[in-house]
Each structure stands twice: as structure tokens, then as C-alpha cells.
Design a protein around this ligand. Sequence first.
Ligand code: ATP
Ligand code: MG
Ligand code: MG
Ligand code: MG
Length: 524
Amino acid sequence: TGFALTATPAGRRADARAGKRRIPRFATAGRVADVEVRAGDWWWTGSVVGPDASSACLSLAVDGSLAVLLAGELYNQDELAGALGDPGLAEAGDAQLLLACLKCYGPHAFRLLNGRFAALAADGGALVAATDHCGGVPLYLTAVADGRVSVATEAKTLLAVADVGAGGHPVAGLRAVRGSDGVHQVPAGGAVVAEAAAGRPRTRLVRTWTPPLHRRYLPERQALREVREALERAVHRRLRDGPGHTAVLSGGIDSSAVAALAASADGALHTVSMGTDLRDEFREARLVADHLARTRPGPPGPRHTEIRIGTAELLAELPWTVWASECTDPEVVEYLLPLAALYRRLPTGRPLRILTGYGADIPLGGMHREVDRPAALDDAVAHDMDTFDGLNEMSPVLSGAAGHWTTHPYWDRDLLESLVTLEAGLKRRHGRDKWVLREAVADLLPAETVRRPKLGVHEGSGTTSSFTLLLREHGVPDARIAAAKGAVVRRLYDAVVAGAAHPDEIDLAHETKAALAGQDAAGP
Ligand code: ATP
Ligand code: MG
Ligand code: MG
Ligand code: MG
């Protein structure tokens, strides 16, 4: 789900109507609908996109001078309703609940939310554009000279609704987006507040979350209990359309733990595993699926599917992956490529709610095999928590391009805070990486799964080696493979995001050659 809207100060309704109204082309699949709403002292005009059947992840609430448009969902409705002193609000719907929070707390309401969302809100003359604590639903913004503000969940669609040609203004605290003049990304845990005023819009950034830097030592048993309970809550909060949720399962500890906890609450959980002709983790994933089928209460066992993708087909998904994620980091694109390819091969017809094990390695330092001292591990965790923003790793557009919704329990705000702040010696312990997680779920999984060393999604699926082979075929020497991957990814980004081309129009071989030629011209 997503939106691309321009907010015009209400006194200038004619401008709102006369404004550029090209229909934006979202990577998110679904029905695109026109919007024209009076929201506080603003007119919102533009488009929203969402699946036809369920509007669960896209909702609008308007009440007097307050309005909220929410692309995504909340996970702490009970807490919020409690804070507002009205338990009934927990069932009111997420946009309505957020509206009630805004009425009480103003833009600081966003500091209370545990969710996966991008939101646009109006509170009288104040316009608020916010994303969740991890920027889980990316949000882009441009502030135009005459007081209008355009916002969109995909950078490429902002260009269609905003008069960026009229000159976007820099917004303090926001990163400019590559190749798109005047377009900025709202930072993770950020709410941009704009005041309706004549002339240059006045904007300020309210920080609503920041990765914690303190660390806590807990006795082993207490740490295990805390992680188990937080993970269980994070998974259960995400089972919303059941039964019959989907979990993408590699057989690694992160996704296996999620699948086990989801299966205990959803007897019709479906697990899916992808592989290529180069490599797969089918045996390891099957081991978990079979175990869950035997151990869970009642029928039926989890249905498990294996999807094998040829490496040429996999690489052909590169333009789609960049189009959906709007990511320019080649390493992250390698993590996302196999998942994007998998999502596009799931059954269509009904939007699926997909749980992943994505992101567990960031707070737990799972990918830092080279590091052994706790101090170095904690430095690595702090660094990764400091640099994830803007990579769009968690973006729902990756599956949204195939019409499905993903949610990542490990980046639940409560669980993430718990994991990040654990003292590093609880993360790597007794010679094991992610020790605290492995032990916390050991009773739910086969011993082999609990002990299995970490294997990255880009490794287990053969994605890194496929991309490397492609570049070798183009004559790139090994020492320059990493740089060449970056050049190809940026070239694709410039075509499908900044250049607004559709990924199916992209000739990968041609773009690869052009990217490599550009690199040669630029010198080593
Ligand atoms: P570990 O990090 O210990 O290997 P993991 O495999 O579950 O555990 P990652 O390798 O970090 O986690 O992969 C991230 C997530 O992507 C997984 O948790 C899973 O949800 C999904 N995923 C990874 N590989 C596959 C695959 N081959 N098939 C389906 N989903 C996958
Ligand atoms: Mg992992
Ligand atoms: Mg990194
Ligand atoms: Mg793995």
C-alpha cells in the first residue's frame, strides 16, 4: 500500500485542483485511486494504491481539523488505547487510533507508536509526514517554494505529483535522494512537521526514535525469557488476517524461530523456501517444516513449498528489485533480490501476509563472523544500527510489487530494543553466534536447526555468486567485481527510479555494459 499526495494550504484550493495530476506509477501493485480530501487547513490531492480486497494496511480517518492517512499498521494498539484512557480505541482501526493519539499528543504521538507505517497527518495548520522507528515504510518528501508539500511512499511517484520543477527546498535533517532534485527521504524515526504559511514552507524534523546506545547485562535465564517473550509477542501481533499466513523460511535460526512461533498460533501457516540452480537451503528448511508438522497441535500441518529459480531468471529480477526497493547499495540489493524474486512467484489472487526472519542479524551481530571480542561485536552492532537508515531493506514495496504485504518481527520496536541493548557477550556466547536467540527458541526446533551456523540469504540462494558470474562474463576482473556491482545497481536505479522507466523495459545486458563502460571512462 502507498500514497503520493500534494498538500496545499486550504486557502488555495484552486491551486490544488490546477496542480499537476499525472497518475503516478507505483511499484506497489493494486488499485490506484484518486484522493481529494480536506485535511485540517490543507487540501490533500493525489493518489493512493492498495489491494482491492483488503484495505487493512491503508486507512484514512478524518475528524474536524484532524486527518490521518496511514499506509501500514500498528502493533501496540492496546498500549495506545491505554495511554488515551479508552480501551475501546484498541479496536477502532489504526488510522482512527492514531488520530486520537494526535489529538492528545500532537506530532509527539509518533513517539508512542510501535508499527510498520508511513503516515501523513494534519492537525489544523500543521502537516506531519512520518515513518516508523526503522523507516520500515519509506517516505519521501518535497517542499515547494509556494508553501505546498508533496509526500510519497515511493520516490519515483513523488515526481509525478509534485511540481519539483518549481524548485524543491532542502529540508533540515533530511537526506537528498539520488538523482531527484528536491526530493528528500524522511529519516527512520522521523516526523517532518510543516506549517501552512504563505511563501517558503516552514519545516522542522521531530525525532521519534533513535537506536539505543546503552547495554544491559542480564543473567542468562532472564535474557532468554525476555527474548522469547518479546519474539512471541512480536510474531503474534503480526498474525492479523489468519488463519493461513505465510512465512518465508530458509531453515536458518531467524526464520525458523518465526515460523515455529507463528505455527503455534496459526495451524494453517504456509512456509515457502526459494533456491536457485546454483544453491538452495531446501533440506534445512524442510527439516523445520517437517518438525513443525509433527509437533504443532491439531491438524493440518504446515504446508511447505519449494520454489526453484534459474540464475538467469533470478538476475533478470534485478531491475524489479531496484525499482521496488529504491535502494542503491549493491550488498543490500543482493540480500533483497532472492526475496523479490520469491515474492513474485507466490500465488496471486489474494494478498498474502508474509512473516520474515529478516533483520535479526543487525541487532545480534549475526553476520560479523570475523569478530570475536565482545567490544568489537558491540562496535559492529552500534555501527550497523547507525547506518541502516535509507537502505530500505525492510520496505514492503519489495513484496508489494507482487501484491503481498510483508512484516518483520525482529524489527518490532520492542523486540529490536531488547535485542540491541543486550550486552554483546549474550549475543556471542559459548562459541555460538546469536546465542541468546538460539537458546531462547531451542525447545521449538530440531537441534540441528538450533546449532546451524548463520548463512546469508545471498549466500544460501547463490545470489552473490550469480551476480559475480554475470560480471565475469562481461570481463570484469575479480578485484573490481564489488565496484562493478555498485555501478550496475546505480545505473539501474537511475533508469527505474530517477528515470521513471518500468523494469520490464530494461535490457539488463545493455545496462550492465553501459554501467561498466561508464566505470572505465571514469578510471579506476
Ligand atoms: P540466519 O541469519 O541464521 O541464516 P535466516 O536464514 O533465517 O537465519 P537470513 O539468512 O538473514 O536469516 O535471511 C533473512 C530472511 O530472509 C530469513 O529469515 C527468511 O525469512 C528469508 N530467507 C532467506 N533465505 C531464504 C530462502 N532461501 N527461502 C525463503 N526465505 C528466505
Ligand atoms: Mg538472519
Ligand atoms: Mg553493512
Ligand atoms: Mg540464512
